[in-house]
Every structure is written in C-alpha cells, then in structure tokens.
Design a binder for this molecule. Sequence first.
Ligand code: GLC
Length: 640
Amino acid sequence: MGSSIQLVFGAVPCHYTTTKSYFTRSSSYFSVKNYVKGKWDKDILCEQLKGPVDFQGCLRVQGRGAISRLYSVGKLNRRLETLSCKCQRTESVSQAIVEVGSGKSMNGMSEPSSLQSLEGPKLLNNEKTVITSDDEIAAASEMSDTLQGFGINSIEDEAWNLLRASIVYYCGNPIGTIAANDPSAANILNYDQIFIRDFIPSGMAFLLKGEYDIVRNFILHTLQLQSWEKTMDCHSPGQGLMPASFKVRTVPLDGDDSATEEVLDPDFGEAAIGRVAPVDSGLWWIILLRAYGKFSGDLSVQERVDVQTGIKMILKLCLADGFDMFPTLLVTDGSCMIDRRMGIHGHPLEIQALFYSALLCAREMLVPEEASADLIRALNNRLVALSFHIREYYWIDMRKLNEIYRYTTEEYSYDAVNKFNIYPDQIPPWLVEWMPTTGGYFIGNLQPAHMDFRFFSLGNLWSIISSLATTDQSHAILDLIEAKWEDIVANMPLKICYPALEGEEWQIITGYDPKNTPWSYHNAGAWPTLLWQLTVACIKMNRPEIAENAIKVAERRIARDKWPEYYDTKGARFIGKQARLFQTWSIAGYLVAKLLISNPKAAKKLINVEDSELVNALSNALSANPKKRPRRKLKQSYII
Ligand code: GLC
C-alpha cells in the first residue's frame, strides 16, 4: 500500500493558493499528495502549510509512512495538530464535526437526517460494510416481502428504501453508495466499497430526485483521491487516474489511542482482482459532474479551480501522445465495467463511447483561458477523428458485412479499402445468421487484422446517448435490439454482450475463467443496471416504448429475486451463479429508468447533442478526399 498524507478542508473556502498554477487548488479540497506527485519542493510545501490558511469546518488529516521520508514529520504534525478535527467514534462523527467546526458539518451540509430516516439493510458504522448480525441478516433478506406486506406496494418504493440504505457516510455526510448490500454473501470481496462506475446510476437517481448533496460530495471527495500515490510493485499509475473504488475506513488516530478518524482508502486497481486499470472511472466522473451541473443548476462546483484541474488531469492522461495509430483510446483488458479478462484489450467500444462523451462534457465545462487553449485544440481534434473512426470502421450491418465478406486483403496503399487487413474468414458463423436485415451495431473492438464482432450493450447505448453514432446508426442499433429481443433482453434486460465465448475461445480468451463461463457474468450474462442506459438512449431517439417494454420484463422478477447483480443463461432465466443480491446499481438502474420514463424531458440533461461544428469539420475533411480519408493536415486545420 502506498503512503500518503492528505488534508481535506471543509466547505468554507480556504484561501490556499500556490504559485504553480497546474496544481493550484484554491478552494476547499486540497491534497498534499498532489504536491508529492508533482515533485514539489518540500520547502514550498512547508512554507505553504505555514502560510495564511483561512478555513473553518473540519480538517481531516491522514498521514502514513512515506511522508516522513519527504518532510519533517514532527514539524508537519505539530503544524497540523492544531488544525486537526479528530473524528471520534463514527457514531459521534457529526457531533465532533459540529464542535470543531463552525457549527456546520463538513462541506457546510446539513446532517443527513432525511437520508437516514428510511430503514433498509444497515451499514455498520465502524467499517461501513455490509450487515453482519443474524438479526440484521434475517431482517434484510426478508425486506422485500415485508415491505410489500406492509403495503409499500410499489417496486419503486422498495428500490428507494434499498438505495438509501446503501448510502455510505464520511464524517457524517453522504458520499456514495456501497456496491452491494447482500446479507447472504459469504465473501464480500470488494463489494463493500463505493465504486465510481457503480455510483453513476445512484447519482443519477439522486439528481433526478432533486437530492444533490450526495452527488456533490461524491464528486469532490473522489477528486481528492485522483492521483493519490498508489503503487503496484513500485509503479505508480498516471496522474489523473481516478480509482475504481474506495472505502471509508475508521482507523485509530495517530498518537491518540482513545480517538479514531475516518479515512478514504482508494483502490486504483492495485488490489483489484487481476490488477485491472479503471480507465472508465475518470470518464464517468466527468459525465456525472456535467449532469450535476445540469440538474442542480449549481455550476460553481465545475467552475472551482480544483475541479477544473481535475478535469484537465483526466484529459491530459487520455490525450497524451503514445505509439497508437488510431484516435481511439488504447487500454488493457478489463479496464471498464467488464473488469476481467474478456478479450476487450486494445480499443473496446465501451471505453471509446465514454471517452467521446467525456470529451464533449469536458469541453462544455472547461473555463476558457489562455492556458487551456492547446488542450482544447487537442480535444477538438480528437473528437473529430474519433467520431469518424468509430462511425466508419466499427459500424456493421448487412451491407457492411457483405462488403467484409468480399474484402481483398494485403492491400499496401494509402487508399486501401480493407485498411485493417481483415480476413473475411473472421466473420463468425453466428453473425451470418444473426445479423437482421434492418438494424446494425458497432462492433466491440477493432485492431489490426482483428474485428471483435460481439455486440456490447453499454458501448452501443452510450454511442447513442453521446451522439457518437449518427442518427441513422442510433436508430439502427435500436432496431437491432428490437429484432433481437429474445437474445438481448429475453427474461431480464440487458445482456452485457452477445453472444458468449464458448469452448476453446472461452479457454483462450478468458484464460479458463470459471466466473465468466458461457452465458454468465461478463460472458453474456444479463445486467439489470443497463436498463437506465437503454432508457436514456430510447428516449433520446423518441422510442421510449422499447425501454418501457424492457422495464416491464425486469419488473416481473427483479424485486422478487432481490435485485441481483446479473442473470445467467442464454435466456437470462437464472440468477447469476455468483451474483450478489441487493446490488446497488441494479436497484439504481431500475429507478433511473422509471424516473426517466415518467419524466422524459429530464433525459435531455444526460445526453450529448450532435455538435454541428464537429459534423462540419468532419465533412470538410472528407469532402477534400473522395476516398473518405481524413486529410493528413486535419490536426492543424480544425480551429476552435
Ligand atoms: C464487478 C463488475 C464491475 C463492478 C463491480 C462492483 O466487478 O464487473 O463492473 O463495478 O463488480 O459492482
């Protein structure tokens, strides 16, 4: 585990600026880690700590190991001691904060009374994990029957109760939702953590309900965790990386046996199974930040210097030059929702759709300033190239399939038709039968001499939502979902991908993964959380009835089955082999879908509309070359 020290200032802005603008965090949240990672001179840091710190509220201090190598810890601690808010046992956290601070809780928020008032499976205060006592287990597992028995009649009511019960508090304030609250699970693994990607539907549900504080807190606290020094075998992930998940831990306060403090402990993949890098976390964070502004009307969060810096750090990481030939983001296997080996290394669609969406959202939120001009130029260039690349090379329908079937190979030229040298024999037999006459989709991945023809739901849906797909392509994707309802929706929306890897392919691609056996989990299992993305996409294309039908399918059993994480079998008839019950994003995904169907206008706040400037830039580039090859000078020619 890495070592770090972190300071978190309360909501009242602490006027704490530094001289180096890139790492300046002039408002409430300030992470010393950034100084360490940014190779800041220790004297600058110590000087800053002595400087005019003007704050109120709760200051949290977490110091571990290596800081002593970098700074004179004695000196630093003495300095910090006077500032420290020693959170007592967590049950009295709120009180402690109020006492130490100015009468307000951390972040200036009111205490979470309304959120706590509804009882569901309870979180223990101490570790913020799942319930453990027998009584609580019994109570929780019978909850769904009981709620209905007491006349809390709608599945939605139950879902809200469960969602609220999954809330995790930090220093008395709600900051996220636990991944699963399954009282029957023997091994909790990391399901007791707050996952960035899992919180997105929770956050959306709270935004739709007008409960903004939890989302604001989540955004600001996860920002602090960005580029926290975490290492795997001496290697640190790139600055700007957001963790996959984090946990609120209660630990003894240094030097004081009678007191404890709460600390946030992030996992950037260095503890995750397979050590996968959570590339999607930062992209989701940007998307949620924009949604927060749209729903709450509070643009002050995205305008904060530290938040602007956070956005730029994510963008810099994504836009950094590498060896890659394509505008798509190059990632390792399992870097997104599918966080295990599943043959999605390279340029998987899900990452590209989120990347495109995050670029658009970031562009909307970045405060125009001279210093960001290059970044915004790079961002615009990437948007144009990315949309061209995906629309052109990932798209597949009957016409395109037939074209691939007749491809000439081994073309060495600038104007090759078969640019990636795809051998027609790669077309899998299932696809020849499966491709409907109307409809089409984006393939899962494209690499030199390799097309992954599997249909991945999230990537396709988010391509619609973000307008990465053209209008025609968006309709065609929905046509395909309708035409292939029995494969993609069946008894529970929505298959994560189709079809499953079987036999030798499963052995080689998953590495004999017993969790990802055919038609289970990531290998074509059905994930109810995807319902919300389906709903946004359908509403955007003015075809809400597709989502309504899917919701009806889910309602037949999702609550009765206790909100499983995923379903197995080709027809999604069984609760997944190792599926958690009371999986929060299954609950939240359902709620968001319901809320949007009853208020479709709200979906507008979640989509990216097609950018006419981009379309023009692209068509200019293409019209300059009848063979549809973007001009080589595209980079220079697109002016913002
Ligand atoms: C599984 C999923 C991942 C999710 C996590 C927590 O690992 O693959 O997408 O974030 O569980 O629910």
